[in-house]
Design a protein around this ligand. Structure first.
Ligand SMILES: Cc1cc2nc3c(=O)[nH]c(=O)nc-3n(C[C@H](O)[C@H](O)[C@H](O)COP(=O)(O)OP(=O)(O)OC[C@H]3O[C@@H](n4cnc5c(N)ncnc54)[C@H](O)[C@@H]3O)c2cc1C
Length: 449
């Protein structure tokens, strides 16, 4: 059967739409489909904040005009009592997620891509152990599309990757506890916000167990804020909406405020997927678990997965074998995934801490603001930082916490080392996956228990 498209991209969120754009502008024939209408493109519940560094790294134009709702100069992170505040400076944007996503869909279509809105993929077509396309539904119509590369960009749902044969390492199922579930509202306050270019994150196990709650102002629309709360999934914590209403929206700053938008969604918060490509199937964005495990931001890293896959595809000249596309993995790990693997170790440690430990750690500045920035940007928690804290705090309490933090720093380095040594060939992947499982299991049993 003649193939009309080179690549089928299912899901036109930020991951799928940027991939379609990167490929189409280089002449690749792309079909991009999404179950949502164009008017709701990219409309997943979100905090709407993005770091500027992602745009600089990928050479993508900054959000502007209708896409931009605010500029960000930094983040304040509050301790459980709110008695201690860390200010981490860094430039970013508050975006209109729909207008921003539409930019890439339009760009892809202008460059020759076909885009089918309100079209759902229902089935991955696998023949002779190769993904060959997908079954799509648009209303009552059913269409089979056959391509050499099928890309699952359906976010957390992983509609196609979850149908892959069990022995494909791209399937890599998500454990519920390696995800968060979050709820947020966009609210109009009856007052202006102080320092509208500073985002606020509040850490408290009582209010947001295994997560945090946030207050993100849209600085260009002062008085409008994105307020939300995320909890660790799969461990029996209460519903984040109930917690937001109980502990957050009862605060005086929300008195008289009005809801503009509301909604919730889950997000993966673990190390990256084993591989972005396997036997004609690729995953990007949330479907590739490309989310920062500590703060849950995933739009910038979704763009990195798309950029890496697009570059690998273009270099491979139409060859979609695992070997030909393997550089997508190397590229993503180098630009993001190595740090992400270390942050997964840190995330599990943070989720275990009590409010008392968090308060102690932040008030004594065991990890300082500058160190926090390094941890979040690079996944580096230097042993020297922990050792220095141990010497400074000797005799004034919580030695077990400090020792644990030292072990966490060691395992973060081990994880980085393992991900730096990601296999050069698909044939060596299974051995490496076993090494990864062993390391995380050892960390769970030796450090977390
Ligand atoms: C509450 C919350 C707050 C967040 N805040 C931030 C933040 O402030 N900053 C940040 O960077 N990240 C944030 N994130 C994470 C961020 O939203 C995601 O990482 C990002 O949107 C992932 O993009 P994606 O394109 O991979 O997936 P999605 O945005 O989920 O897109 C997937 C697309 O696939 C489509 N789809 C699904 N199934 C099918 C199907 N069967 N057929 C066709 N189409 C289908 C959907 O309609 C959707 O358009 C937040 C997440 C949550 C839950």
């Amino acid at each position: 059967m003649p193939q009309k498209y080179d690549v089928l991209v299912v899901g036109a969120g930020i991951a799928g739409s940027t991939l379609a754009y990167f490929l189409s502008k280089k002449g690749v024939k792309v079909l991009l489909v999404d179950m949502r209408p164009y008017a709701r493109a990219g409309d997943k519940a979100c905090g709407d904040a993005m770091g500027k560094h992602h745009f600089d790294e990928l050479g993508v134009k900054y959000p502007s005009g209708e896409e931009l709702t605010g500029t960000v100069k930094g983040i304040d992170v509050y301790s459980p009592s709110e008695g201690t505040k860390y200010r981490v400076l860094g430039d970013g944007f508050m975006i209109d997620r729909i207008k921003f996503t539409q930019r890439f869909i339009r760009g892809a279509v202008d460059a020759g891509a076909d885009y089918w809105e309100e079209t759902s993929a229902t089935k991955l077509i696998v023949k002779d152990s190769i993904a060959q396309g997908a079954v799509l539904r648009k209303g009552p119509e059913k269409v089979e599309v056959h391509t050499q590369l099928v890309v699952d960009a359906t976010g957390y749902a992983r509609v196609l990757a979850n149908q892959a044969p069990d022995n494909w390492p791209i399937k890599d199922p998500l454990k519920p506890e390696d995800a968060i579930v979050a709820y947020r509202e966009v609210r109009k306050l009856d007052r202006e916000v102080d320092e509208p270019e500073i985002l606020r994150i509040y850490i408290s196990k009582r209010v947001a167990p295994g997560g945090y709650w946030w207050f993100f102002p849209y600085s260009l629309k002062n008085g409008i804020v994105n307020v939300g709360l995320g909890v660790q999934h799969g461990v029996g914590y209460p519903n984040p909406k109930d917690l937001l209403y109980k502990y957050v929206l009862t605060r005086p700053e929300f008195e008289g405020s009005e809801i503009i938008e509301a909604g919730g969604a889950p997000a993966p918060t673990r190390r990256p997927v084993n591989t972005l490509v396997w036997n004609g199937l690729a995953v990007i964005g949330d479907a590739a678990y490309a989310v920062n495990p500590v703060h849950g931001g995933g739009k910038g890293s979704a763009m990195i997965t798309s950029w890496c896959l697009a570059n690998a595809y273009l270099e491979a000249n139409g060859d979609t074998s695992n070997t030909a596309l393997w550089s997508a993995n190397k590229c993503f790990l180098e630009h993001y995934g190595i740090k992400q693997a270390a942050l997964d170790i840190f995330r599990m440690f943070l989720q275990q801490l009590s409010d008392e430990d968090l308060e102690y750690g932040m008030s004594r500045k065991i990890i300082k603001e500058s160190d926090l920035n390094t941890v979040s940007m690079k996944g580096d928690l230097e042993l020297s930082v922990v050792d220095k804290a141990m010497r400074l705090l000797a005799g004034i309490g919580r030695p077990s916490l400090l020792l644990k933090l030292r072990a966490v720093a060691k395992y973060m380095n081990k994880a980085k080392e393992l991900y730096r040594n990601y296999p050069n060939r698909p044939e060596d992947l299974m051995h490496w996956i076993n090494e990864v499982s062993k390391l995380y299991e050892e960390y769970r049993t030796k450090v977390l228990k």
